[in-house]
Design a binder for this molecule. Sequence first.
Ligand code: FMN
Length: 201
Amino acid sequence: MTTLLQINASINNGNGQSSQLAKQFVAAFQKRNPEARLVVRDVAAAEPVPHLDAERFGAFITQADQRSSAQQAVVAYSDTLINELKQADLIVLGLPMYNFGVPSQLKAYFDHIARAGVTFKYTDKGPVGLLTGKKVVVFAARGGVYAGTPMDTQTSYVRDFLRFIGMTEVEFIYAEGLALGPQSREANLAKAAVEIERLAA
Ligand SMILES: Cc1cc2nc3c(=O)[nH]c(=O)nc-3n(C[C@H](O)[C@H](O)[C@H](O)COP(=O)(O)O)c2cc1C
């Protein structure tokens, strides 16, 4: 049975355009794979991931048997996020662009799932990602148009991060120009819809 993990990173909850595209893909996938199980993780609106600070990072690097109860709670939360990823075969990420970057809550989520010895390890040949064998589809929603230009800082950052934890099969679908008038918005959402059907097939 396939398990889908839909990660929404929009501040607009499930109503964000990126979340809507992710949802559209999940619906198309489930139509073809009715047995597929869905888990939804909202990192920015419903249950915002807190920023990583010294206290939280300190919990990660403290030996398990030495952790205070507050540290145990921090690690248990991180473990929950990581276990969702471990159990997923296909990860569907809704990715808005905010002020030229990824939502800060998505960065905070990445900070909570990058755990040495759990999701990656260092070897004498460099870092090795431990969350392998998964596919990732990213739905990038943007007001402007940046894909393929140096101003698109999101694609390389998200790709590099996912590769670091072992996810190498990553596809981006862009819905850009959403703020450039109704014609641009509709045309680009229609293009994304075609891609969604192709990917879900
Ligand atoms: C606070 C904020 C900052 C934004 N910054 C950018 C930006 O830097 N570049 C861009 O192309 N669009 C920007 N936009 C437009 C969003 O990328 C666009 O509305 C997209 O649909 C957001 O995804 P969401 O609807 O899933 O939240 C911004 C929107 C907001 C609310």
